[in-house]
Ligand binder design. Structure first.
Ligand code: NI
Length: 269
């Protein structure tokens, strides 16, 4: 059923991320309701699986395309989709520009597409929650991709699923600003992504965001099990525009730093 897509993405995300579950539960202790600001999804730029294909699942749910973004450092483009009901999360879909890397990235992306069953390629709602259908995973390939792009390596290891959800601080009743959220998390022992500062963006940019670092999960490769960071949890506070409505876009410079939250700690660029 079409409208089970977002709840299913949430269940996958919540259940497979020990850190996310702990953080979500900490907020539920204080808040009657935790509303998500957005969900981030990742893919490659190949026609059968690109942003436009994945977006169909959300257009069917009444979402509309809003804005396009470019991330020249990470070599990505992204679009965001939103719903007129502002308690429904915005959908942020990015795609890796595979041809801007060494040929291995495009080569593996093509192999991934070839391995995805037609049944999933024909139905973006199923594809979006299908994880990895290109088993067995090879750690040597993961490492080769990692040399090129952390994003490509993440997609190879984890496939189609939510990369992260983001709590809407605007909808929290017991926190007044992002610093209080950050302090609460640090007090409970979580490490925030401090690449470029703990708070990304600013009131002037109408969007402030922070995130915890992704905690590693064990992934089965042909060569054995390895721990890899899966997903982080993000927090967003939006400010009103001159017309009084909350800003609904994203700030490319901040997102570039947030993409760092799943970094395996190899290099800071
Ligand atoms: Ni995000």
């Amino acid at each position: 059923m079409a409208d089970s897509l977002i709840p299913t993405l949430w269940q996958q995300y919540y259940q497979s991320n020990p850190g996310v579950k702990q953080v979500y539960d900490l907020f539920v202790e204080r808040e009657a309701k935790v509303v998500n600001d957005h969900i981030a999804l990742r893919t490659f730029d190949l026609d059968p699986i690109n942003i436009e294909v994945l977006a169909q699942a959300f257009l069917e749910l009444g979402y509309q395309e809003a804005q396009t973004y470019e991330f020249p450092i990470k070599k990505l483009i992204a679009k965001h989709y939103e719903h007129e009901d502002d308690t429904k999360p915005k959908i942020f879909i990015s795609q890796l520009l595979t041809q801007q890397f060494l040929p291995i990235v495009l080569d593996i992306a093509k192999k991934i597409v070839a391995a995805i069953p037609d049944e999933l390629l024909e139905d973006p709602k199923k594809l979006l929650i299908s994880g990895v259908s290109w088993h067995p995973l090879k750690y040597a390939i993961y490492q080769e991709l990692l040399e090129q792009s952390e994003y490509a390596a993440w997609l190879y290891a984890f496939g189609f699923r939510a990369n992260h959800f983001t709590v809407s601080i605007n909808h929290l009743k017991t926190f007044d600003n992002i610093l209080e959220v950050n302090a609460y998390l640090k007090d409970k022992g979580f490490k925030l992504n401090d690449f470029g500062g703990e708070v990304k963006g600013s009131a002037e940019e109408l969007l402030e965001q922070s995130s915890i670092m992704a905690l590693p999960v064990s992934v089965e490769f042909e060569e054995g099990s390895f721990d890899i960071p899966l997903s982080y949890y993000e927090f967003a506070l939006r400010y009103p525009m001159e017309n009084g409505k909350l800003y609904s876009g994203f700030v490319a410079a901040s997102a570039d730093k947030l993409f760092q939250s799943t970094d395996v700690g190899k290099k800071a660029e």
